[in-house]
Ligand binder design. Sequence first.
Ligand code: G1P
Ligand code: ZN
Length: 543
Amino acid sequence: MQFLTIPTQPIEGQKPGTSGLRKKTKVFMGRHYLENFVQAIFDAIGGAEGKTFVLGGDGRYFNDRAAQVILRMAAANGAKKVIVGKGAILSTPAASHLIRLNRTDGGIIMSASHNPGGPDEDFGVKFNMPNGGPAPEAVTDAIFAQTKAISHYRIAETTDVDLMKISDQTIGNMTVCVVDPVSDYATLMESLFDFTKMRALFAGGFRMRFDAMCAVTGPYAKEILENRLGAPSGTVTHATPLPDFGGMHPDPNPTWAHELMDEMMGPDAPDFGAASDGDGDRNMVVGRGIYVSPSDSLAVLAANAHLAPGYRAGLKGVARSMPTSAAADRVAEALGIGCYETPTGWKFFGNLLDAGRATLCGEESFGTGSDHVREKDGLWAVLLWLNILAERKETVQEILSTHWRKFGRNYYSRHDYEALPVAQAEGIMGALRARLADLPGLAVEGLKIASADDFAYKDPVDGSLSKGQGIRIAFDGGSRFVLRLSGTGTEGATIRLYLERFVAGPEGLDTEVQAALQPMIDATEILAGIKAASGRMGPDVVT
Ligand code: G1P
Ligand code: ZN
């Protein structure tokens, strides 16, 4: 075995975001593409010499090959040890946990999250910091700068490591520690939740369906739900991670998880349903005959978290992204704890969690998490729900109804207008932004505008300022809409319209969601004219 230094040249466009570098798989498989990016990571973090990393991915196409390359490069760059999940598998939250548990120097996660996988779909590589969270902008900027300056990369010339064998192996002086991807994560979950009570719930006939969508949470859900909690075998469906996710779009929302939705709304629905995404950080929960919006889920979890052992001492605070409904705010107020409204994206939660200001955080885009790791965590959210169900012995429907009666209900929906011409989308946003100062006091469709602004966030921990994070138009009575451009789309521009209407109750708590939101939908069109400007009849995706 020898270490090689291979000459290379910068490749255009290797700019990582906070969810890493995401490209078509074939682009990643191109000559030097993966190698350049990985070398840039090592160079940007001050080299790999003597360091320990975690490595794993969501099992999508090219995951296994990429892992071998990254291991050989880590060895050639002088790393001391790499802890890698068997089969190069690790869910994103499990990777975050292993990074923290082993006090490592960070980790490399191979995933394109909820994007489809396969030779013609997407692949991604992301670096996480020693705290277990995604690299902040300063680090991703440094990685990008290295991709532009690269002239060579280092790699060991050797045979593949046997990633199917749980054991310590070596590449030169570097130890490759192949570990069970599930067990440490499952142990963490056992430390947070009352597995005895949850086991009793299943033993009492409680029925659940977990749709792993042929993605990474399959083995985690099988081990935890079926093996450790005694749920009947077959509770977890689509449980084997497949390189192309079986052709599914592994994004847990009512559109993509339609099989689960059909079952949960059908005549023989189980008590509880859940799904997770490609890399295991997103979640959707559904009760028998009732869908739980992510915003409501966060609020219910915040109100009931103390029922789980890991949160018995109470929450330090709750954080939600700005477009997420204010349902959690009312819970925080009732609990007398801090409540933070951050810009969209998980990275803003990291500082609050590290500083001990928040315990739970969530986004309307099916992301929920806590300070147990530094990523959102799909299965964790499902288990917290299960723990609450086991304690309260009520149905999901009953828990939601009680919650709404106590706190009021924030009807909520997101309407996405996808792949609009960039100039058109910017025109719509710009026109509304130009009128913001004139809007307060104006009545639209009988709704009086209370305030209008472009959301800016000053991080309470490091003082940094993030501007232009979305237009908020709030009406009297706690209803509002928010408009922002997606930062993750790959084609044209996507406008996300977030609609929210607050009903204090008890009347009007049981209306159909879109119907309840109709006044807001009409007011938005009058004020922002998305349909008029785009010529679209309506949104492409409604969640
Ligand atoms: C979307 C979601 C956002 C989430 C991000 C990464 O970003 O809306 O909440 O943090 O994906 O999973 P967007 O496309 O809206 O910028
Ligand atoms: Zn994800």
